[in-house]
Every structure is written in C-alpha cells, then in structure tokens.
Design a protein around this ligand. Structure first.
Ligand SMILES: Nc1ncnc2c1ncn2[C@@H]1O[C@H](COP(=O)(O)OP(=O)(O)OP(=O)(O)O)[C@@H](O)[C@H]1O
Ligand SMILES: [Mg+2]
Length: 109
C-alpha cells in the first residue's frame, strides 16, 4: 500500500467526522485484520449529524458538498485512492446518530 495515500484517506475521513460533530462527540478509529479474507478493515466512526438516506448516493461525487467552505473533493479523493488499491468503502449512517465509514483493503493485489 502507498502509506502517504492511505494517510490521506484517514485524514479526510477523520476531518469529515470531526466536522460532523460540531457540538462534540466521539471519534473512533479501529483497524481489523481479517487474515482468512485476506483483508484489512479500517473503520472511522463518529457520533455526529449523520447523512440522510437519500443523500448517501451523492457522497463521493466530485464537488458534492453541504458545507459553506467545502470543496466536496475529500471523499472523491478517498474513493479514488481506495479504488487504486482494489479496496472498497462502505458507509453506514443514521441521521442524528452518526456515521461509520469502513475502508476494506486487500492485503495482496
Ligand atoms: N462523517 C460524516 N458525517 C456527516 N456527513 C458527512 C460525513 N462525511 C461526509 N459527509 C457529507 O458528505 C459531503 C462530502 O464530503 P467531502 O469530504 O467529499 O467534502 P466536504 O467535506 O464537504 O469538503 P472538503 O472535504 O473539500 O473540505 C459533506 O459535505 C457532508 O455533507
Ligand atoms: Mg471533507
């Protein structure tokens, strides 16, 4: 894996998580090694505002942002880096409860 690029993914997801928790909350970063599946999983979980179900499909679309100062490029960069590593990103979110981004990366490519 390209460490600088994976670092960028983690930073972008943590930045979004913190921005989603304007009034405070918990940011959890967890890694799991799944040897039988040949994967590592990186989970970034927040207890922030959440993403409405109908907007989940828009995330990662370049320039999609709900922030006054956002470029809407953070997630599209994450998706393209993870794609290059033959991995995938899954999103689970509950409005008003929080969001979990799971980055699943194969160990061998
Ligand atoms: N953890 C999250 N909780 C709630 N909404 C999120 C979360 N992560 C992303 N989003 C939503 O997805 C949109 C796109 O995120 P993305 O990181 O691509 O752009 P941005 O954060 O708006 O701008 P930038 O990353 O350039 O500062 C955000 O504007 C926000 O609406
Ligand atoms: Mg962002």
């Amino acid at each position: 894996m390209d460490p600088a690029q994976i670092k960028q993914v983690i930073l972008n997801l943590c930045q979004n998580a913190m921005e989603a928790m304007g009034e405070g909350g918990n940011l959890t970063v967890e890694t799991t090694f799944l040897p039988t599946r040949g994967e590592v999983c990186l989970e970034i979980k927040d207890t922030g505002c959440g993403i409405p179900q109908e907007r989940i499909k828009s995330i990662g679309v370049p320039f999609y942002t709900t922030k006054a100062e956002g470029t809407g490029l953070g997630l599209s960069i994450c998706f393209s880096i993870v794609d290059k590593h033959k991995g995938k990103i899954e999103v689970q979110s509950q409005e008003g409860q929080g969001t979990t981004f799971s980055v699943i990366l194969p160990i061998e490519r």
